[in-house]
Each structure stands twice: as structure tokens, then as C-alpha cells.
Design a protein around this ligand. Structure first.
Ligand code: DP6
Length: 331
């Protein structure tokens, strides 16, 4: 074990959550979290996690406080496993105080392992004395949760699947999004999902007869999406994201046992997006592994879209945001 006298300091980091426009759904390596395919996301400004970490040689176990609640061992196991990886990398054997807070407006139902593990990767690695590049931070965050790989960077981000721990990491495609992209989150359910993404993607890969087809179309969708982003072509981006999301959700329906993340209100929100488009308002939905719907829209149509969803789902269930930055150290 190396000398740990200089690491008794608190490090704080902020990571923003991201929404996948081209979905990650399936692992080539479950242990190292290497995905089957590349994926692409947009980091979001108003939904983020702040985490502070201090390693302390007087502690006899990790102590993790999440949203002001001291977690028990079962609740914190995934984070403890992650801290074990950080300790191993740094060759240190000391436990940590972790304080983490999800700053997601009024329980927006977007609590996310993406921002959670990205913030924990940044704060814990720095606190223990590792000075990682953003690429290496992305590789580290990946060990906590696949989608966290992308939350190290701002704006549009691609996770290159690679084929081992060294080669699987995210890269920014366009960090500062200086064109007109807005996102409206529509909350249809605030409860934790019954089937985790981890379990859901495993069942889909093992049992859906359409899994190979999904891989093929996803690699085509990725090319189209990158073209849409580089041309700032909002409609092509939105259309491709919506189609790719539906293909991912088709994998859940076609799994054995079959399952879905949609509820009745998810379908209603999708229907409203279709209605808005029929009225000439260009907006597009995407949905991750949960019932909430995210709507991509440009500024001129933003007010109309917000009004429509607030009328249908209530004021507090509709939250608008814009593209956001990558990892930030707060001290
Ligand atoms: C539908 O990153 O939550 O949001 O790697 O097992 O922790 P693990 O899964 P997670 O899966 C995210 C799935 C998704 C699509 C995406 O974000 O690309």
C-alpha cells in the first residue's frame, strides 16, 4: 500500500445526466461493462448529481449519504463495489465518506445512475490522489454504470464500445451545443422501475429474436445521427432518436419473459407528440428504461409543447432543459 497521508481531503464534483439518442442495450462483457454497440447521448443542463468524497483512515467501512439519508449496506453495495475499484487503482486501503445529492427538479423521475457514477468517479478518484484524464475518468465511470461513461462529457457524446477496459470510453462529438436544441421531460411515474436496465438488457440480449436486427439498425442509426448533428439538422436528429428508441423498446416486448417500461401515460405522451407533429409542430420523443418521456423540440415551438404536456400531465410533471456541460470539480 502506498503512503496515504496526503489524501484526507474532501473533493466535490458535479456530473449531469444524459439522455441516449442512440441507445445502449446489451453488454458484450457484464463484468467490465463493455457494450455490444456504440451509443450516443445528449448531456442535460438542469439534471445533475453533486458528490463529495473524503477518504478517512479512521473509518471501518464506507459511509454513504444519499439525498440526506444514510444508506445501509444493501442500498450502497453498487457504490461500495465502485469504491473498491478506485481503491484498487490507487493501491490504497481506506474507506470513504460519500455525500451525494441529486439535483433533479422536484423529483423529476430522472434520478440517474449516469450522473451518479460519473460524479462519484470524478470525486473519488481525485480524493484518493489519482489525477485522471477525462478519457480515463470515462473508463472508470463505465465500471459503475454504462450510461455514466458518457456523462463525463458535455453536449453530444459517443461511447465507443471498444473491446476491453482500455478501449471502451466516451468521446465528445460536440461539447458546446450552439444550435437550437431543447428537451422537455414529461414525468408519468416517479417510482423506481421494476426491471433495472441491467436486468432488462440482459434478458433482451438472451431471448429477443430481434436482438441481432437491433444491432444492425443501431449501427446505421448511429451514422445517420452523427450526420444530423454535424449538419445541425434537428428533424433528422429527432426522427432518428425516436425511431431508435422504439427499436430498443421493441426488444423488451419481444423478450421472454416479455416486459415493457411503458405505462398508460407513456403511450398518451407518445400520442401527444404525434398529434403535435400533425399540427405542424416538429417535436420528437425518446424514452430510456423507464416510463418517462423526453421530447426534443426547438425554441419556436417550446412554449406550445410545454403547454400541451402541462395540460395533460400537470404543471410539476413537465420540466424543460437544454444541453449541459461535462464533469465539473466544485473545489
Ligand atoms: C435505456 O447505464 O443504466 O438508458 O450499464 O447496467 O448500469 P448499466 O445500465 P444503464 O443502461 C442505460 C440504458 C438506456 C440507454 C442508454 O442510456 O444508452
Amino acid at each position: 500500500m502506498s503512503d496515504n497521508t496526503n489524501i484526507n481531503r474532501t473533493q466535490k464534483a458535479r456530473a449531469h445526466t444524459n439522455i441516449a439518442l442512440i441507445k445502449y442495450w446489451g453488454k458484450a462483457d457484464e463484468q467490465l461493462i463493455i457494450p455490444e454497440d456504440n451509443s450516443l447521448s445528449l448531456t442535460l443542463k438542469d439534471f445533475y448529481t453533486d458528490t463529495e468524497v473524503r477518504f478517512d483512515k479512521d473509518l471501518t467501512a464506507d459511509e454513504i449519504v444519499f439525498n440526506n439519508h444514510l444508506m445501509n449496506k444493501a442500498e450502497s453495495q453498487k457504490m461500495i463495489n465502485f469504491l473498491n475499484i478506485v481503491r484498487q487503482k490507487a493501491q490504497q486501503n481506506i474507506f470513504a465518506h460519500v455525500k451525494t445529492q441529486n439535483n433533479i427538479p422536484t423529483a423529476a423521475g430522472l434520478a440517474s445512475s449516469a450522473s451518479g457514477f460519473a460524479a462519484l468517479a470524478a470525486a473519488s478518484s481525485k480524493a484518493i490522489g489519482l489525477d485522471l484524464s477525462r478519457k480515463d475518468l470515462s473508463r472508470l465511470a463505465r465500471r459503475g454504470s454504462g450510461s455514466a461513461t458518457r456523462s463525463i462529457f458535455g453536449g453530444f457524446v459517443e461511447w465507443e464500445k471498444g473491446n476491453n477496459d482500455q478501449t471502451s470510453f466516451a468521446k465528445p462529438i460536440e461539447e458546446n451545443v450552439d444550435w437550437d436544441v431543447n428537451l422537455v421531460a414529461v414525468i408519468t411515474n416517479r417510482h423506481e422501475k421494476k426491471i433495472s436496465s441491467r436486468r432488462g438488457m440482459k434478458i433482451s440480449k438472451a431471448t429477443s429474436p430481434y436482438y441481432q436486427a437491433f444491432k444492425q439498425v443501431t449501427s446505421r442509426d448511429l451514422i445517420t445521427m452523427k450526420k444530423a448533428i454535424s449538419n445541425h439538422d434537428f428533424d433528422l436528429m429527432g426522427h432518428t432518436a425516436e425511431e431508435n428508441a422504439m427499436k430498443m423498446h421493441a426488444l423488451t416486448f419481444s423478450s421472454d419473459p416479455s416486459f415493457t417500461y411503458f405505462n398508460g401515460d407513456t403511450l398518451k405522451a407518445m400520442q401527444l407528440v404525434h398529434e403535435l407533429r400533425n399540427e405542424g409542430i416538429n417535436c420528437y420523443f425518446t424514452i430510456d428504461a423507464g416510463p418517462n418521456v423526453k421530447v426534443l423540440v426547438q425554441h419556436d415551438n417550446l412554449k406550445k409543447v410545454i403547454r400541451k404536456f402541462k395540460t395533460a400531465f400537470g404543471q410539476s410533471n413537465v420540466v424543460a432543459t437544454v444541453p449541459g456541460p461535462g464533469i465539473e470539480y466544485l473545489n
